[in-house]
Design a protein around this ligand. Structure first.
Ligand code: HEC
Length: 152
């Protein structure tokens, strides 16, 4: 499951509305900023990565299989937040989805490799998964921090 697997046509109205109202909605300087649901989802994936690192050390391949499934099928932010994010990333949406899809695939791949209990191959697949996280972060994280939290 990817973060943005949604019917874009059905979103068109809400999207336009939110775009029009976005200056009123978020990013109000006077109020404390609520973290995105996406942030909690990301933190959970970060914890999953730590679990996998520990499982590799113990050659506990079953845990690697189970935990990579959690990453591949990570939860999605609620619809309202997806709309906010889509309104913000605009034409970058396909790049964002593409990164998310790569992480999904890399996590699935890691799970399959872990089933074969080949430690070297698991480490290589884990590195690929980490790379997929890193490339989305390099492209998007800073602008999310700036836009949604007013951080520079
Ligand atoms: C499609 C883009 C995308 C992918 C893929 C992605 N992330 Fe993220 N990640 C983000 C964005 C955007 C943020 C900033 C969110 C925020 O600050 O609310 C973030 C933030 C995080 C954070 C919080 C750290 C911080 O303080 O900003 C962690 C942990 C994290 N990601 C882990 C992961 C892991 C692990 C993976 C891969 C398994 C991953 N992410 C894949 C976009 C992505």
């Amino acid at each position: 499951m990817t973060i943005f697997h949604i019917n874009t046509a059905a979103l068109a109205t809400g999207f336009a509305l939110i775009t029009a109202c976005s200056s009123l909605l978020a990013e109000n300087d006077n109020e404390p900023v609520e973290p995105l649901a996406l942030f909690a989802i990301m933190q959970e994936m970060g914890e999953n990565m730590q679990t996998i690192t520990a499982a590799i050390v113990s050659e506990d391949w079953e845990t690697v299989v189970e935990t990579s499934t959690l990453i591949a099928d990570h939860p999605q932010p609620p619809l309202g937040e997806k709309i906010r994010i889509l309104a913000f990333i605009g034409t970058d949406v396909s790049a964002f989805k593409d990164h998310d899809g790569k992480t999904h695939q890399a996590a699935q791949q890691l799970g399959q490799v872990a089933e074969s209990e080949d430690g070297e191959a698991v480490i290589a697949a884990f590195a690929d998964l980490q790379r997929s996280c890193l490339s989305c972060h390099q492209r998007f994280r800073q602008s999310f921090k700036a836009h949604f939290y007013g951080q520079q």
